[in-house]
Design a protein around this ligand. Sequence first.
Ligand SMILES: Cc1ncc(COP(=O)(O)O)c(C=O)c1O
Length: 328
Amino acid sequence: MTKKLTLAHVPTPLWRHDRLDALVGCEVWVKRDDLTASGAAGNKIRKLDYLAAEALERGATTLVTCGGQQSNHARATAIVAAELGLRAVLLLRTVNPETPPPVVGNLLLDYLVGAEVRFITPVQYRERDALMAGVARELSARDERVYVIPEGGSNGLGSLGYVDAMAEVRAQLDSGLADGTRSFDAVVHACGSGGTAAGTTLGARKYGIAPVTHAMAVCDDRAYFDAVIARIIGETAALDGSLDAHARPVVHDAWRGPAYGLPSAEQIAFIVEVARQTGLLLDPVYTGKALFGLSRLEDKPKRALFLHTGGIPGLLAQAEAFAAASLG
Ligand SMILES: Cc1ncc(COP(=O)(O)O)c(C=O)c1O
């Protein structure tokens, strides 16, 4: 049995709102993984339940990971490290490390819980795995025991967290919690490093949640994610022989917006409208783009399960854009 912590507050609710259905154009059940925790909320904590368990098993004193300057994964890792009494070292990508980004949103929370932040350039970030290995060597020489977590917590072990999330949905369906026991036509979610797509696709297949998973890319393109997700699916299936290693999601890259982290004016207006009409808060980097993508899908499912994967600190880091849109 693979070891697992119980950091995530689960099961998370299945939530539906008539006006959200109308805005998106189909029946949308929202799996509220924005409620998996307080500060560490979002999809990453389900992966960290497995990754941090392995770190503790190996006697780690320090977690090392990486991400963008507003990484939700880095923030969740930093908060989990604080909870477990570990140190966190975060390699965060920023345009110019000489001029550090504003201490807001996720970055504020990283500092609040005492993480050590090291900024790196986008060019250095391409060598992130080698850089993290270098940090591990440096800290090991000082007698720290380092556990390195890949970008987004996206490897086979972390992805088991989303296989479990689909088992959780199966139990909710069986209890009639989604207006009866019918399964969904599709699962839809944001895709940033591929681990959620891998685990969800495998879990949705195993537990009969939906015949198709739509992974909405927020960076990189379809060819990139097809390859990354196939690799992670292979790793995950190697850990659990009951999973179908041939399962694949459908990756979409049409709704990435102008750039990673940057929503289009239309996407901002969509996020504001959803908030005003339903009270559901989406973030501008991941969930806002993914739900916007579902609303634009040509072959829309009749009944969709949308994974709300969190990211609200990223919304608070974009105060200027959203104040302008909210104040009219
Ligand atoms: C809020 C949020 N949603 C979705 C994702 C995408 O998940 P994954 O990295 O597993 O593709 C991320 C992280 O990248 C995230 O922070």
